[in-house]
Structure formats: C-alpha cells, structure tokens
Design a protein around this ligand. Structure first.
Ligand code: DMJ
Length: 555
C-alpha cells in the first residue's frame, strides 16, 4: 500500500516537472509578438536585426494593400461640426489656410469612406458615382484633386493620391458600362496632364496617354466628330438618344483640343492632334445660322441637329476652348481666335440682354427662334472667359469692351448668389448665399432671379469668373464675394464627412443632396485658394482646362 502511494507521489511530481518544463520552454518557442496580416508578418519594433525585417515587411505589406486595392487605414474624424475652425480670418494668407483646411476635410472624408470610388456621399459616408463615370470605381475624385493638393502644398495627401494612381488607376480593366468621353477627357486626361505639368512625374503622363488611347474608338465616325459615350470593355461608342435624335454635343466634341494637343506635344505622337484637326475642319466648313453655332451635330451626316444655342450647358466650353487654344499655343493659330470672335459677336447680337430694373446683363438661351430669358450657373464661366480675352486683346477698344462685359456678367452672377441671401417678400427666409443652377428673367422687363432650378451642386463657374476678374482688375470686391461664398459653403454645405450640394438655395435651412462632386476639389476649392494667392499659377504662364486643371502656355 505504502509503496503504491510512494509510486503515485512520484508520478504526480514527475508530471508536474514535465508540465513546468513545457511551459518554460514555450517562452522560447512561441513567436515573439507577431501578428499576421494578409499573410505577411508585422513585427512590433524591437531593436537590432529585426528592424531590417520590419521595414522590409511593412513595405511589402503596403505594396500588397495597394495592389489589393484596399483603402488606406481610416482616419479619425478630423473636425467635428461643433469644432469648425473660425473662419473670420482677415489676411489673404489666413483665408488660404482656411480654404486648405476645407479641401483637406473634403479629401479626408473621401479617403476615409469612399477611397477608390468616384465620389463621396458625405452624409451617408459611402462612395457615390455619377452616370458620366459609367458603373466602375475609377477614383475620379483622386485624379480631379491631385493638382489642387499639389498647389495647396498638401503633400502627404498628394502622395496618397499619387500612389493610388500608380497602383490602381486602370480604366481598361475597371471601367464598366458607358463613360462620357468629354468628362473622361477633362477630368482624367486633364487631371493627369496637369499633375504631370506641375510635377514632371512621367507616371502621370503615361497614365494620361493610356486613357486617351482608350477614348480613340469614339472618333471612328463617318465625319470624325466623336460620339459622347464609350464602353471601354467593348470599344463600342454611342450618343445619347435625347440629344436631338442621337447627335454629338458641341461642348463635348468642342472641348478636347487643350488635352489632346498637349498630349501630342508631350508624347510626339500626332494621333491626338489629328483627331482635333478633323473636328475643326468639319465645323469650320459648316454654315453657322446667323453666325451662331448650334449645340447638336450629327456625327454620321455632319449636319446640325436642332437649332438650340446657349452660353451654358451643351455649348459653354466650346467657346472657352477656342480662346484658350489660341492662348496656349502662344497666339500662333489665328484660326481659333477668328472662330471665337465670330461666334462671340453673333452671341452678343442675338443672345445678350439687359434687365430693366437693375440693368443686369445676361446671356439668354435660344430654342430655335424662341428666347428663353434664363441664365445658367454654368454660363457664368463666361465672365472669366471675357476677362481673359480682354487681357489678351491687342486693341484698346476690344480690351475695354470685353472687360466691361466680363464685369457686367460677374455682377449678374453675383446677384444670383446675393438674392438667395436677401430676405424679400417672396423670399422671407433666405439666408444661404449660394446661387441656383439657373436664374430667370421672366422677360426683358421683369426682374425675378429665382427659377425652378433652385439647386446648387458645388459648381465653380460664378467663382471662376470672379477669380479671373480679381486677377485682371485687382478690385477688392471680387475677393470679398469669393470669401462670402467660402463662408456660405462652410456654413451650409459642410456636413458629416465633407461638403454636400443643396437642393433649394432659397430654403430657410439647407436640404442636402448628399453628393460631394469631384469638381469641388478640382475647381471650386482651387479657384477659392488661388483668388487669395496671386503668385501661384499666373495667367500669362498657365491656361486652365474646363475642369480647372492648369497646362503651361507654349511660347
Ligand atoms: C465641370 O465638370 C466643368 O467645369 C465643365 O466644363 C462643366 N461642369 C462642371 C462643373 O460645374
């Protein structure tokens, strides 16, 4: 019995010793403070040789994350609505800093919640895409924002964007459905070319060329006038059914020169410029009704569609690109200036009106012979175009004439903003201070600047006009108006994770559309910043494309 108990005691003691040995040795055999993410080891920083692995492994991890298209790690909420920085800054530098903070807020929200999507829904905090981008996630906001980030000196953010472009921008494989040729050109090709122009980083040029090549099948029409839409997977191009029976649109096929000519110039490949020459030769030969250029053209027959004319949607950047192509080529190609002069003179004759009460000048739309006394927010870009023209005219009388017109249009467009702020009998709650999509003068004699198009979607055109006017005249009122707009954006458009459009600018409090358009970062914030910075992007050295991406003037 006793010997049995002794043996039992031995077994228990032996077992205890073995257990202790296992526990003790496990300290040496277990991995040391390691985590495995995506199959790669991440080591907590310890001194010595392991540091080399940390750096190597982290680099590999980040490369893997980028390749896998995984968003960068979320940021903490940057600024809570209750903590919005006081914007009562009085110096241009203080104002620039504030605009930079707004840009960073918009970028951070996109980065945190919608990285790689086209745009952000800043209230829902998810990605968003407009139909112009098709159905794929193409990172439109990243490309559109790059040059603004660079100009503002937001280097870390620029680097994040640059890396995404290098690793993940791939329209060939990621685009889905029909993309707008025009939007892809002005935002993607334009944004990348501008990033190249500012940084000389050849990766941007390579990507721009890649995307432009994908657009080329859209030009394979009987006339060479490109289609509006392209499916990059099938190469099939088409037009919108609603565009006067399937026509191509003036502002779209007429706003490719700046990007395509610059691309030919940089790459030495003439194919892009040749596409533009073809478009020009078709349009130049066509008869212009009373000197005006209609907004629809059939790409198969080479004939105009319905006789509709506008300074705004469907036409706007056609005029802008005529003037700017003349300027960017160092005023060498006189054809562009001649085409520009001809059509602008006709528009002044047929479409320019002045309201009776407040003497506000505006460009009306023409639908056939019917005059629509309505001016669009989009058409307000023309204040900037006329100011730029005036500055570059040789004759003093033309300089004076177009600068006066620019100032008049700038004032009218300002009034459309101011009247959403004025409490009047028909507008007792107004206080938003941002302008509507379009404003109406019921006829020449009647002043009523509201219209059914009451929404404001963060567009830049009114501000764009004041930016040029400030740079040309140095009249303080343009900076004041721009700052009022910045305050209105901050107060009424800033929401949870970014900035949102507003459904009714005349409402007592804003009802948000929950979309942060990519052009807010490409254009609106850029012009806001640059109006307070006279030393960046000088207008005798740079020309902005219609998405506010600057290209250098070729002298
Ligand atoms: C931008 O994409 C461009 O400015 C275009 O020329 C017109 N519309 C938007 C902004 O409003």
């Amino acid at each position: 019995m006793t010997s049995c108990r002794v043996r039992e005691t031995h077994v228990v003691v032996l077992g205890f010793i073995v257990l202790m040995c296992i526990c003790f040795s496990s300290i040496f055999y277990l991995p040391k403070n390691e985590e495995t993410i995506l199959g790669l080891e991440l080591h907590a920083g310890r001194p010595g040789a392991r540091h080399v692995n940390v750096a190597r492994d982290q680099k590999a991890l980040f490369e893997k994350i980028e390749k896998a298209n995984i968003p960068p790690p979320p940021l903490p909420e940057t600024v809570k609505e209750s903590e919005i920085i006081d914007i009562g800054t009085s110096t241009p530098e203080g104002k620039r800093n504030k605009i930079k903070e707004m840009m960073k807020f918009a970028w951070d929200g996109y980065r945190q919640y919608a990285w790689g999507s086209n745009e952000l829904k800043p209230i829902s905090k998810v990605g968003h895409s407009a139909s112009v981008f098709g159905r794929g996630d193409l990172g439109a906001t990243i490309i559109d924002a790059l040059d603004t980030l660079w100009i503002m000196g937001l280097k870390k953010e620029f680097e994040e964007g640059r890396k995404w472009v290098e690793m993940s921008l791939d329209l060939k494989n990621n685009a889905r459905g029909d993309l707008s040729v025009f939007e892809t050109n002005i935002r993607f090709v334009g944004g990348l070319l501008s990033a190249y122009a500012l940084t000389k980083d050849s990766m941007f040029l390579r990507k721009a060329e890649e995307i432009a090549n994908l657009l080329l099948p859209a030009f394979d029409t009987t006339t060479g006038i490109p289609f509006s839409l392209i499916n990059l997977q099938t190469g099939r191009a088409s037009n919108y059914g609603w565009a006067s029976g399937g026509c191509s649109i003036l502002s779209e096929f007429g706003s490719l020169q700046l990007e395509f000519d610059y691309l030919s110039n940089l790459t030495g490949n003439p194919v892009y410029s040749q596409k533009i020459d073809k478009i020009n030769s078709v349009v130049a030969q066509l008869e212009k009704p009373e000197g005006l250029v209609p907004m629809y053209l059939n790409p198969h027959t080479g004939k105009w569609g319905s006789r509709d004319f506008s300074m705004g949607a469907m036409a706007d950047s056609y005029y802008e690109y005529l003037l700017k192509t003349w300027l960017i080529e160092g005023k060498k190609n006189k054809n562009y200036k001649q085409w520009y002069d001809d059509v602008i003179k006709a528009m002044e004759n047929k479409m320019l009106y002045r309201s009776k009460r407040d003497k506000l000048q505006y460009f009306a739309n023409l639908k056939g012979s019917r005059v629509e006394h309505k001016m669009e927010h989009l058409a307000c870009f023309s204040a900037g175009m006329f100011a730029l023209q005036a500055k570059n005219e040789a004759s003093p009388s033309a300089r004076k004439h177009y600068m006066t017109l620019a100032e008049e249009i700038g004032r009218t467009c300002h009034e459309s903003y101011a009247r959403s702020m004025k409490r009047e009998i028909n507008n007792p709650f107004a206080e938003i201070g941002l302008g509507p999509e379009a404003f109406q003068f019921l006829n020449e004699n009647e002043e009523a600047m509201t219209s059914r198009d009451k929404y404001y979607i963060l567009r830049p055109e009114v501000l764009e006009g004041w930016f040029y006017l400030w740079r040309m005249t140095k009249d303080q009122k343009y900076r004041d108006w721009a700052w009022d707009m910045a305050e209105a954006l901050e107060k009424h458009a800033r929401v949870g994770a970014g900035f949102s459009g507003i459904r009714d600018v005349y409402a007592s409090s804003p009802d948000h559309d929950d979309v942060q358009q990519s052009f807010l970062l490409a254009e609106t914030f850029k012009y806001l910043y640059l109006i307070f910075d006279d030393d960046s992007i000088k207008l005798d050295e740079w020309v902005f494309n219609t998405e506010a991406h600057p290209f250098p003037i070729r002298k």
